[in-house]
Write a protein of this length. Structure first.
Length: 340
């Protein structure tokens, strides 16, 4: 009987405690997370998720779109790295073609992020050189825009692209419409070598004209940038004045010229049959003699004056100017003696 009474008392106590807890919620844990909410969409910071089983063509196009339109610098850089891997594969995977890539990616030459511009140059370097030639005119248009950009870093990285283009398609660079004179105009804007005041540069001081363009925005030293610009200009002139290799004799050359299919795109572009009438700057100068003639008429005096002033500065700039002077002496004067 005693044990039954104790059990009844314990039940009464439990019932009384339960009455006290009525109307109060159980205390929540310190690490409690409310999961009762509902969301219609999920926002992802970086759009670089790649799902397994996705079509490679769609995946390539998605990364191409991210390289151009992504707001994050890291997303654009990673997308360019993906494109580099695809074009470096064996066999390369490029479902949109070189023309499609250039149309989308060339505006990135003036991108504000240095890693993006570096990734773009890496992508250019894996392009097949034979497929770059037909698009040189379009590439040069963006290069000239980058060469006259306000940012010194953008101008310097654009010179790296120009150097790559001279390596893979140098003859097309100097012979395409606007490739010779327009590019020389862009170099003059970078260096401050104005043909109209070329005769007065030596007496007034060439340095005062060029520093306004080369030393300004950017983190690189002005003299290093200036020397780099002169070096790339020297390479450009060397390609333009390079001796042409004569074609070997072939008894069938006459008939091949009539019946054989052209080996390059738009072989009659120099005739400009259906294009807009060209002025002097937009004209094609397809051979060394025509390029040398227009260079002597418009640029030789200012180039000599600029090199003279640069050599007086010494250091990196002076060495670069001496290298350019050697190019002009070897190529221009050498070609004159050959003609004589």
């Amino acid at each position: 009987m005693g044990s039954s009474n104790r059990k009844k008392k314990e039940k009464k106590k439990d019932f009384a405690k339960a009455k006290l807890k009525v109307g109060r919620e159980k205390a929540k844990a310190a690490n409690f997370t409310d999961t009762s909410f509902k969301s219609k969409s999920i926002s992802i910071n970086q759009k670089s998720i790649i799902a397994e089983g996705v079509d490679q063509v769609e995946q390539f196009k998605q990364n191409l779109s991210l390289a151009v339109a992504a707001k994050s610098d890291h997303a654009r850089r990673d997308a360019l790295a993906y494109l580099v891997n695809q074009l470096s594969a064996r066999p390369p995977n490029n479902p949109v073609g070189i023309a499609g890539l250039l149309t989308k990616l060339l505006p990135l030459l003036s991108d504000g992020s240095p890693p993006v511009r570096t990734g773009l140059l890496k992508l250019f370097r894996v392009f097949p050189p034979a497929e770059v030639g037909p698009h040189v005119e379009k590439i040069l248009m963006y290069i000239r825009g980058g060469m006259t950009h306000l940012s010194t870093d953008v101008r310097s990285d654009t010179l790296n692209v120009m150097e790559w283009l001279l390596e893979v398609a140098g003859d097309d660079v100097v012979s395409c419409p606007g490739g010779w004179l327009k590019t020389l105009n862009s170099f003059s804007c970078m260096l401050g070598w104005n043909p109209s005041v070329g005769s007065a540069l030596v007496s007034k001081g060439w340095t005062s004209a060029s520093k306004t363009t080369t030393i300004g925005m950017g983190s690189k030293n002005g003299r290093e940038v200036q020397a780099r610009q002169i070096e790339v200009l020297a390479k450009f002139l060397q390609v333009g004045f390079r001796q042409e290799t004569p074609a070997p004799f072939s008894p069938m050359a006459y008939w091949d010229n009539i019946y054989q299919l052209p080996a390059r795109a738009n072989p009659f572009a120099y005739l400009n049959l259906f294009g807009v009438p060209r002025d002097e700057d937009n004209e094609m100068y397809p051979d060394r003699i025509s390029r040398q003639r227009i260079f002597e008429a418009k640029w030789e005096n200012s180039m000599v004056a600029g090199m003279t002033g640069a050599k007086k500065e010494g250091g990196l700039v002076g060495r670069a100017a001496s290298g350019m002077e050697k190019v002009l002496n070897d190529e221009v004067n050498g070609s004159k003696s050959t003609q004589a």
